[in-house]
Design a protein around this ligand. Sequence first.
Ligand code: GLP
Length: 242
Amino acid sequence: MQIIKCKDYEEASKVAGDIISDAIQEKPDIVLGLATGSSPIGIYQNLIEDYKNKKISFENVRTYNLDEYVGIDRDCPQSYYYFMNDHLFNHVNIKQENVHIPYATPKALEESCKKYSKELDKTVVDIQLLGIGANGHIGFNEPKTPFDQKTFIVQLTEKTREDNKRFFNTLEEVPSKAITMGIAEIMKAKKIVLIATGKNKAEAMKRLLSKEVTTDFPASALHLHQDVIVVTDEEALSLVND
Ligand code: GLP
């Protein structure tokens, strides 16, 4: 696990954005695993900038998103489908058919998971982008999720619902379920880039960098991967001794 310590969110977004941008230049038909949440927004802004400056093209890029709430329509601003269009896809020349975002039909949850798992089985993600939840969740893989888990429907913890409340009007509106790529599928990516910045991530970074591997802290599975880059900042590392 390689740690890149940046000054702040802005620098971390630039560094992580450049890793992805360089990779797109090197392999124009790259397969990207994408994440939502506040953490990757700056990265997406950098990628849009590079696209506008004609440094990169998304013409042949394929993407697979990590997760999506259950019970929220795609046209709802809180859906991750909406988020991805709003923060990236609407601003670049990606082809709609190359975008994959899981969607769980409420009446066919099992089938929805199988369908996304099948799509993931057929592909190899070159770079998987990740954020991290305060409790160490990656995608929506909450503590205790087995490391061999494939796409599934997760019951979100109260902590995660509370953390994500800021995107909704009330806590009651935050869905209690989500569909998420499993840890096994995340780990299949050739390279993983995790971005964690700000003091809200300090506890999570302390735990991640303690190197203990345990299902109690899902992101610790990343210690078992050969090529992980953690792009972080001073605040997120404030509880880690050098
Ligand atoms: C959500 C997403 C995760 C994300 C996490 C952290 O729960 N499912 O993929 O990493 O939030 O979000 P933020 O970056 O806003 O702190």
